[in-house]
Design a protein around this ligand. Structure first.
Ligand code: FAD
Length: 474
């Protein structure tokens, strides 16, 4: 019997449901495959840093599988549709009896998988698993059986179901009795730009688990106090690993529970605060499955389709480059450009700035983020953007507009984060860091730093008018 495991965004051997299921029959021969689809990735705006992160983890995965007698085959084609054709041929050549894979939630991925299932079954048995989520989409519903549109009742129902479900993590499978004699393909580099990730995110499942363990032991208690301060290492920085499945949400939950056994009872503590973020991750993914149009750049709130956005390429470029003249916005964008990661509070601030100060279509921001983020994830990114733009379900109300100066004062009071990323402001004293030109004027100095590209108070009025006009027209 030959079992084929198709790896996609679940690049790990520990607690991988499809892999474990494929290995259950000790007599089966298990082989694995990964298919790179650069043209599809281009359509999805995948960041070169994420491509490099995937590539390096693929190498690690190949090693870990090979130690277990499982060869990882590798193929590169263009689009998902090409990958379907290739996989069908591959399964025939290798006399595959059963195909194992973990579900994805995005619409192109779902359609690809449906095509594979149709082409292979019934000759090949298909075994699919919910692996990337604590609870499968569609399993947490209102009394009427539909998906929640509001987060808080979703969370309540979610936690209830969670307490009844089996979320144990599975160990990595043992080495096979009859390992496959075939040589696994050499991993030729992706035909896709790759950009090194650097030391911020070390490679490997073990590195991810170490980070998780340390965070749950040492930092989680202070999470609520520290999670909004970008100058402090107050969050887990596990998102890149979760996004490509080097780590599973079950591993996160179980480690959190091991270190904080009271997490589900003590709902005002840091551990619950962190669990809450894992539940937001689930919420956005469940939403994507209930409303696939979210995958197609559609807003959740219908009337927001009528907003007249500004066509302002220079402003967009200034935002992208971190040259808006608002220090907290610029520091954040420079962090993104330099590392591929941005702190959550800052993601909210820069999203609000693009949409509600510059009145630029949130989809420009969504795409730019995807093209840069090492943790790029359609559901979380879309959810975050639609939240900030007030176009999403349970989003910030449209009249709630962050003031970028006061956000900076609140969350980076001493300007430590700003100074780390905007060296042009290194001489500006703490109390003036959020409005550096005022200080420079008094000092009769000229800063090599842009003046604010827009006046916040005026922009706020214009944005309210644009949203209200669209709402009234609807
Ligand atoms: P922690 O605070 O340690 O949280 C733990 C985990 O929970 C994260 O790793 C992540 O998987 C999940 N999580 C945390 N916050 C959220 C959230 N608001 N929504 C969904 N999941 C969450 N997250 C991504 O993983 N990929 C994205 O592409 C992405 N784009 C975003 C865009 C915008 C505009 C906004 C406002 C948020 C976005 N987020 C995204 C959510 C969040 O900013 C990141 O998950 C978080 O900053 C990652 O850092 P961390 O691992 O230290 O998080």
């Amino acid at each position: 019997t030959t079992h084929l495991v198709w790896f996609r965004n679940d690049l790990r051997v520990t607690d991988n449901r499809a892999l474990s299921a494929a290995c259950e029959d000790v007599d089966a021969t298990v082989i694995a495959v990964f298919i790179a689809t650069p043209a599809q990735w281009r359509k999805h705006d995948m960041a070169p840093r994420q491509a490099a992160f995937i590539y390096q983890h693929l190498q690690a995965l190949q090693g870990a599988l090979s130690e277990r007698g499982i060869p990882l085959y590798y193929h590169q084609c263009e689009l998902f549709s090409d990958s379907v054709d290739w996989l069908v041929k591959f399964a025939a050549e290798h006399h595959v009896d059963a195909l194992f894979y973990n579900d994805q939630v995005e619409i192109n991925e779902v359609e690809r998988d449906a095509a594979v299932d149709k082409a292979l079954s019934p000759e090949v048995q298909i075994q699919r698993f919910n692996d990337s989520l604590l609870l499968p989409p569609g399993s947490v519903t209102t009394g009427e059986g539909s998906m929640y549109k509001v987060y808080t009742p979703f969370r309540r129902a979610f936690l209830q179901r969670l307490s009844e479900s089996d979320c144990r993590s599975l160990p990595a499978p043992h080495a096979r009795k009859n390992s496959h004699p075939g040589e696994a393909a050499e991993l030729s580099p992706f035909d896709y730009p790759q950009q090194e990730v650097g030391d911020d995110f070390p490679i490997g499942e073990e590195a991810a688990r170490d980070r998780l363990r340390r965070f749950c032991r040492e930092n989680v208690q202070d999470y609520l106090e520290q999670r909004d301060l970008p100058a402090v290492d107050g969050t887990s920085t596990l998102s890149p690993y979760l996004a490509i499945g080097v780590l599973s949400p079950r591993q996160c939950l179980n480690r959190l529970r091991a270190e904080n056994p009271e997490v589900l009872e003590k709902t005002d503590g840091g551990a619950f605060g962190w669990l809450n973020e894992l539940v937001w991750r689930e919420f956005y993914r469940h939403l994507l499955v209930a409303w696939p149009s979210l995958c197609k750049r559609q807003p959740f709130i219908e009337w927001t389709k009528g907003i007249t956005w500004r066509d302002a390429p220079d402003d967009l470029q200034a935002w992208q480059a971190g040259k808006t003249g608002y220090p907290i916005v610029d520091a954040a964008m420079r962090q993104l450009n330099a590392t591929g990661w941005m702190h959550n509070r800052l993601r909210m601030i820069v999203a609000s700035f693009l949409v509600k100060d510059l009145l630029i279509d949130w989809r420009c921001g969504e795409r730019y983020f995807m093209s840069k983020l090492v943790d790029g994830d359609l559901a979380a990114n879309n959810g975050g953007w639609q939240w900030g733009a007030s176009t999403g379900t349970d989003a910030a109300p449209y009249f709630r507009i962050f003031n970028p100066t006061t956000q900076g004062e609140r969350f980076d009071k001493q300007g430590r984060f700003i100074k780390a990323w905007v060296p042009e402001l290194s001489d500006v004293p703490e109390r003036d860091i959020h409005q550096p030109h005022r200080w420079a004027e008094k000092q009769r100095r000229v800063l090599d730093y842009p003046f604010p590209i827009i006046d916040h108070a005026r922009a706020r009025k214009d944005t309210l008018a644009a949203f209200e006009a669209a709402k009234n027209r609807a």
